[in-house]
Design a binder for this molecule. Structure first.
Ligand code: GDP
Length: 470
């Protein structure tokens, strides 16, 4: 297995990330005596999507950095660890920002790890996602010179998809080899192969909301059996279908069909399980039950809210499907029916304020109604998610849009030299700034909103970061 080493000053969360990567698997702790100092290096096998790698939690750099002693004392040991590694994951604390000690670690890595690839990770970023300060932290970390930093939260698991996306191309040659030892056979594609890869769709929802029925309706044949007597085995299900000439691959349908059978009764939605699907899905279809919404006081159950948020935070497309609308039939003019139609989009907007216009579709899977509406929304969401806007067009747009924006303080107005899309899936943009002024949270929100409106890419997560040019 290829080795990935975690480095960084103390308290940046190396152990938290290590633990998350190896999950419940065994960690091997061994002592490396070096210059009369014993240092622990934890080693484990990490599993991240379809990636398997050996991960080392290096305490060497940490001890060295915290004591502020000369590098040479631990250099031998840490160098040895580095030599074994293919990738160094360099953690910094997103909340603290770049510290002098981080700069030291950076210099050290440049000197001793020039042969291996370094990925900078801004850990503890969970609170930054919503305050809008993330772009500032990312911009700062970019100055370390190791390329585009990744923001995540090892503690909560937020952003692990980003780490996956960054590591996958670096560990790719090992993927194929190990892909088959698990049922997770599909992958999130890298940008270059994106056009060849089918749309990966995850249908998630609590048991009994009608996922299987919906799937049957979509497939228009009983390829997926509903009910406890189905007697399906996990590996017999690999659902791939064509919709308007496009191949669509269902992510881990076997998982929830299995679970549905076992768990029929307690109507829970396994957050852990769903999160695994999210990582591999391009579009997540969250199925809700209209009858339950009509009856219950809360529109969405806690787990449903968590999954919906998570999908967006992980940069996936989200389509909300309200099923069993037939059970409210005869009530079309009733308050209940009208409330359900109104309540769901409102609730979605409330729980995911950062993205407007997430599609909500009302269907009756049982009657086979809504197939077209569901599929159209899924494909449309996917296309927006894959959208690439040419730089020239973006910059023409930028000039127009900046003149629309009113700046409170002219002196503090940031100068965007140019604006470019660095990535699709989801669309990710970088604003290159000249001068000292940075984009504020309000500016970024304004740009995000304008992009969405002007290029019709509402309803999906998009990201904007900023960077200085000299
Ligand atoms: P899953 O656990 O999410 O896969 O749910 P199933 O597809 O197994 O459906 C659970 C139950 O809800 C079954 O008895 C279905 O017949 C019923 N059901 C599914 N969709 C609809 C619908 O659109 N309308 C009504 N009335 N019942 C439905």
């Amino acid at each position: 297995l290829p080795t990935v080493v975690l480095v960084g000053r103390p308290n940046v969360g190396k152990s938290a990330l290590f633990n998350r990567l190896i999950r419940r698997r065994e960690a091997l702790v061994y002592n490396t005596p070096n210059d009369h100092v014993t240092r622990d290096v934890r080693e484990g096998v990490a599993k991240l999507g379809d990636l398997r790698f050996r991960v080392l939690d290096s305490a060497g750099l940490e001890a060295e950095a915290s004591s502020g002693s000369v590098l040479s004392r631990t250099a031998g040991m840490t160098k040895k660890v580095l030599e074994q590694s293919r990738v160094a994951v360099f953690l910094i604390d997103a909340r603290d920002g770049l510290q002098p000690m981080d700069q030291d670690v950076g210099r050290w890595l440049r000197k001793h790890a020039s042969g291996i690839k370094t990925v900078v990770v801004l850990n503890k970023a969970e609170s930054l996602y919503f305050t809008g300060t993330l772009p500032v932290a990312v911009r700062e970390a970019y100055t370390l010179g190791f390329g585009e930093p990744i923001a995540l939260s090892a503690e909560t698991g937020l952003g692990m998809t980003e780490l996956y996306d960054a590591l996958r191309p670096l560990l790719e040659d090992f993927v194929l080899q190990y892909a088959n030892d698990d049922i997770d056979e599909d992958t999130t594609p890298s940008d270059t192969e994106e056009s060849k890869v089918p749309l990966q769709l995850a249908i998630v929802g609590r048991p009994n909301v009608g996922k299987s029925t919906l799937l049957n309706a979509i497939l228009q044949e009983d390829r997926v059996l509903v009910g406890p007597e189905a007697g399906l085995t996990r590996d017999s299900i690999r659902v791939e279908f064509e919709y308007e000439g496009r191949t669509i691959y269902l992510v881990d349908t076997a998982g929830w069909l299995d679970r549905t059978k076992k768990e029929r009764g307690p109507a829970t939605l396994s957050i852990v399980q769903s999160r695994k699907h999210l990582m591999r899905a391009h579009v997540v279809a969250l199925v809700l039950d209209a009858e339950e919404i009509a009856k219950a006081r809360r529109t969405m159950k806690h787990a449903e809210v968590v999954i919906a948020r998570r999908a967006i935070e992980e940069g996936r497309g989200l389509v909300v499907i309200v099923n069993k609308i037939d059970l409210l039939r005869g009530n079309e003019n009733s308050k209940i029916y009208q409330n359900v139609l109104k309540a769901v989009p409102e609730e979605i907007q409330t729980v995911i304020p950062q993205v407007t216009g997430i599609p909500v579709v009302f269907v009756s899977a049982l009657e086979g109604k809504g197939r077209i509406a569901v599929m159209r929304q899924i494909v449309e969401t996917y296309e927006k998610w894959c959208m690439r806007l040419p730089t020239a067009r973006l910059n023409r747009w930028l000039r127009k849009v900046m003149s629309r924006h009113s700046w409170k303080d002219q002196a503090a107005q940031p100068k965007i030299k140019y604006f470019t899309q660095v990535k699709a899936r989801p669309p990710t943009f970088v604003a290159f700034l000249s001068g000292k002024n940075q984009l504020s949270e309000t500016d970024i929100r304004f740009l995000t909103r304008s992009l969405k409106e002007d290029f019709d890419i509402g309803g999906i997560p998009i990201r904007i970061t900023q960077r200085s040019v000299l």
